[in-house]
Design a protein around this ligand. Structure first.
Ligand code: FMN
Length: 198
């Protein structure tokens, strides 16, 4: 099993939840775009001032969690953004320590990939959101853990939730169409939790 078997193919951007430890040992989680480079390497562009960036630069390790939970994508994008240990988006008991690197992994993840940072480069880019500083980090795969081996069917609510989470993390309003898709295609319980969060 390598990361390409899980859809991490060079040229694609994959969306996953990256977990790291804050400096007090509490866990941090954030949705991050993953750029596969090869079967054993990935790249991420991590913006300032996220906790993920400061934790990864400090510890040199992280875990990429493969999850299909729409509420979790939204929660980790909205809560605790850049707030370090002052506001935790996930509880310690929702995580376990990864095997080969000193970083937390999400217990509920379908699989996780443990990464060690190889290089980091400071960069700046300008777009419609203004000038942004980010670190371009290249990481090597240290270990892969598969927790759930069954296939997962496609649900439009997950994609709508991811688009809503992207909007929220850029300080933009959530598109009414994404709300409508989530309401129609997620279970009433899932949608209720998301509505309360938004
Ligand atoms: C689907 C998705 C993908 C994202 N990709 C990135 C990314 O590649 N780099 C980044 O810096 N932020 C990305 N974000 C925004 C961060 O997840 C967001 O700023 C988060 O609150 C940072 O949390 P932290 O401060 O706990 O690290 C993404 C958000 C979503 C919803």
């Amino acid at each position: 099993m390598n990361i390409a078997d899980m859809g991490f193919i060079p040229g694609r951007i994959m969306e996953a939840i990256v977990t790291t430890y804050n400096s007090d040992g509490s866990p941090n989680a954030a949705p991050i775009g993953i750029y596969p480079i090869s079967d054993t390497e990935i790249q991420m562009d991590i913006h300032e001032p996220t906790d993920t960036r400061s934790n990864l630069l400090r510890t040199g390790v992280c875990v990429v969690n493969i999850v299909f939970d729409p509420h979790l994508f939204l929660k980790c994008a909205i809560i605790g953004s850049g707030k370090g240990e002052a506001e935790n988006e996930i509880a310690k008991d929702e995580t376990i320590s990864a095997e080969n690197v000193d970083a937390p992994a999400l217990k509920e993840a379908n699989a996780w990939i443990e990464l060690k940072m190889q290089t980091s480069e400071e960069k700046t880019k300008s777009d419609m959101h203004g000038e942004m500083k980010f670190s371009r980090v290249k990481c090597i795969v240290e270990n892969i853990t598969i927790n759930k081996k069954y296939p997962i069917a496609i649900n439009r609510g997950l994609f709508a939730a991811i688009e809503a989470a992207v909007a929220k993390s850029r300080g933009m309003p959530v598109d009414a169409r994404h709300i409508e898709i989530m309401q129609r295609t997620l279970s009433p319980e899932e949608f209720k939790k998301i509505k309360e969060l938004l």
